[in-house]
Ligand binder design. Structure first.
Ligand code: FEO
Length: 167
């Protein structure tokens, strides 16, 4: 059994993961709207992954005989100024999520809650991966600058990754 404080922290994180999914779906809609279909499909895949993250918290909370308390999901931003701004916002969001995961790791350590600490290991690794992959895309945007041709290539590249992962 986990502490009440931990139950709240895990439910809050479940909500943050659902919000992440919602935010990335909103980003996918914006990217689709400005005809960056490859980027949109990449972001849609991210939204699916975030939903899977949320379900990992959902399942863990139930598995340790604790209570899932779903909360309201905030309305995500719906407009950005450019695809580059979208991916920069996604990177900032992932950094915020990493910090949030690390705080729960700290709480689990403090409470000597080894079960939750072990469960969170997967998320610690996943955050390293997620931040690295979005950072890589942000760096590509910085390299291509105003080049429309390079932007077209990047859109195609990101679309391919989405298509591969979906199969
Ligand atoms: Fe669930 Fe992208 O962190």
């Amino acid at each position: 059994m986990i502490s009440e404080k931990m139950q709240k922290a895990l439910n809050d994180q479940l909500n943050k993961e659902l919000f992440s999914s919602y935010l990335y779906l909103s980003m996918a809609a914006y990217l689709e709207d400005i005809n960056q279909t490859g980027m949109a499909s990449w972001m849609r895949l991210q939204a699916d992954e975030e939903h899977e993250h949320a379900m990992k918290f959902f399942d863990f909370i139930l598995r340790v005989d604790s209570k899932v308390e779903l909360q309201q999901i905030d309305k995500p931003q719906i407009e950005w100024n450019s695809p580059e701004e979208v991916f920069k916002a996604s990177l900032a969001h992932e950094q915020y999520i990493s910090k949030s995961i690390f705080e729960i790791v700290d709480l689990a350590t403090q409470e000597k809650d080894h079960a939750t600490r072990t469960f969170l290991n997967w998320f610690v690794d996943e955050q390293v991966e997620e931040e690295a992959s979005v950072k890589d895309i942000v760096q590509k945007f910085e390299m291509i600058g105003e080049s429309k041709g390079a932007m077209y290539m990047l859109d195609r590249e990101l679309g391919k990754r989405g298509a591969q992962a979906a199969h």
